[in-house]
Write a protein that binds this ligand. Structure first.
Ligand code: BGC
Length: 255
């Protein structure tokens, strides 16, 4: 199946057509800076621009940095609060004229890594953690996703983990890899003590610099860097479309 995968991030909105059977991009990905403020209208316009760039008429899967239930946005930690309660599936279908599915961005990246990347054929409990503008998590049990886990918001010493250990914090505070690595280690230690996973996958843009911070992690659980790097969000959003369609056994909302 060919699906246009879209990944909405804090600084960029990226997309590319994806062959879901191979987990491969069918064209070079295209990136447009995230409009500020990232209101539903502005983001929908940008996604319409992306689909026009690929002259796309097929299905579209989109990852958003929010909890998503039945196509609707339920939280807005790192995005305009105007998203709260918005039926994103309908909004994007109306903006693009495509059939649309919407999923949490970390869950999307998790799908991609479990199918085609670092979590392939891994049974048991697996957690993927994306370290970027925020901290996203995707939890898998024997390959099945437990959606919308939001474990980036747990507290560590009275501070929200995301506000203390996200990659944005490393950049904003100019933390050394070692200093930031210690924070990430404390966060992942908490996660492993709560979930006892068999594998932790670290994703997000910073996963391409895994050699800088993985050596500072001292965990019981094996930790690996995401393999699909920045493409995981795009590939996973496309896979999620296929998954949702199969589950519902019918065509998704048309604009
Ligand atoms: C949001 C999550 C999202 C993560 C990464 C968090 O602030 O609450 O839904 O997955 O950021 O973008």
């Amino acid at each position: 199946m060919k699906v246009l995968g879209i990944d909405v991030g804090g600084s960029g909105i990226k997309g590319a057509p994806v062959d879901t059977a191979r987990g491969a991009l069918l064209a070079e990905r295209h990136r447009i800076a995230t409009p500020q403020p990232a209101t539903p209208k502005a983001v929908a316009r940008t996604i319409a621009e992306l689909s026009a760039h690929f002259d796309w008429k097929g299905p579209l899967g989109c990852g958003l940095p929010t909890v998503v239930l039945n196509g609707a946005v339920c939280t807005a930690a790192n995005i305009s609060r105007r998203w709260l309660g918005v039926d994103a599936r309908r909004l994007l279908a109306d903006a693009t004229g495509c059939e649309v599915s919407v999923i949490n961005d970390a869950d999307a990246a998790g799908y991609a890594e479990m199918h085609f990347g670092a979590g392939r054929r891994q049974a048991g409990v697996v957690v993927l953690v994306t370290l970027g503008t925020g901290i996203g998590t995707a939890l898998f049990v024997n390959g099945h996703l437990v959606s919308n886990t939001e474990l980036g918001h747990i507290e560590i010493d009275g501070e929200e983990a995301e506000a203390w250990a996200a990659d944005r914090v490393r950049e904003a505070k100019g933390l050394s890899w070692k200093k930031w690595g210690k924070r990430v280690n404390a966060y992942l230690t908490r996660l492993e003590n709560l979930l006892w996973p068999e594998l932790i996958i670290v994703g997000g843009g910073v996963s391409k610099r895994a050699d800088k911070f993985l050596p500072h992690l001292k965990l019981r659980t094996p930790v690996v860097a995401a393999k699909l790097l920045n493409d995981a969000g795009i590939i996973g959003a496309a896979l999620a479309y296929e998954h949702e369609r199969r589950r519902s056994g019918q065509r998704l909302t048309l604009g």
